[in-house]
Design a protein. Sequence first.
Length: 384
Amino acid sequence: MVSVIKNILIILVAIFLSFIHCTATGQASTSATYHVGLSDKILDFSDIKFIDEDTKVPLEEIAAYLDIPIEQEKGITYIRKNGIEIIFNENSKIISKNGAPLDWYPIVKINGKLFISVNFIATEMGYKVHDFQKQKTQRIYRDDYGHMSHENYEVFLNQFLNKQTSTLPTKTEVKSKANIYLTFDDGPNRYTGINNSILKKYNVHATFFFVGNYMKKNKPIIDAVVKDGHYIGTHSMTHDKEKVYKSSKSFIDEMNEGAKLIKQMTGNEAKLVRVPYGSKPDLTVTMQSELIKKGYKLWDWDVDSRDWKYTDKEADQIVKNVKAGIEKSYKSGDRDIIVLLHDRSQTTKALPQIIEWLQKEGYTLKTYEPEHHIVKNFLHDTSL
Ligand SMILES: [Zn+2]
């Protein structure tokens, strides 16, 4: 009898202590049965928690899905993207956005693991969030990314949830390894048209940097590139090293005229430039600040295919260079990899193999998205 009372007392004390613990940390955490969707998918998280009326998921996992770089040092976590910096200091428990402390806790640490509010991270990164209450699902989406209607997504969710409750093993979404941006310089010319039709065949998108002086006589090719959804940036008017880099005036004139011509011929803004021969070593500090002043962004590359130096028969070597370069970048932790290619005959021979390999390896091919600019220049200038 005495031991029964003793056991009850122990249980009561334990309940009391765990109550104090929860109150002290402010986390009445329960593992909820919530789901999180992204565009037309349902994401696969190792854990989803419902804390303070808010769905939270492991920070590392959602960062990988939304392609957000995270850095951690001495108990401080930095989340930086698109000019937004969110800092979580585990020691002071302060969470700040662009230097200003927040008055709530979108990030919490549970059993050594950081969880972040889905609503918070999604909205901060420019996504919208829609709640499907019946299906206990939060859907993250963007209107500038293609996605099915909420009605259709609800049907899809119901099918998914029905399948999940049955004994069938559920299919989990395959994560992309990294984003690959194929870029083609020196067009437009007849090979631009061929590269464009190859991209179309594989239903993927890329980025073209056109030389202004070749544009006027290649209107039909330019029209096809625009119609098929690729981004066009300028690669100067003349591509003549002597002229382009002669002075900061001639440099910015070449860029302005190139961008203006793209706007005239396609109707699209062309704020992304690739300077001939890359930004090192010819681009001066003044040229750099001219670009910033005029609101341009500058892309160099991570992987140089060196395609220009091979013949058609040596196209395999281009494929090899691209594979090796991407694998190296991926291993170094890069998840947005830019590949330099050209509108040349030998490149059209290598392109199908390159795309097939990327798709087989689970990479995602993307075109440049101005609203999600990624800093990629040899100058390490984050304003460009
Ligand atoms: Zn070039």
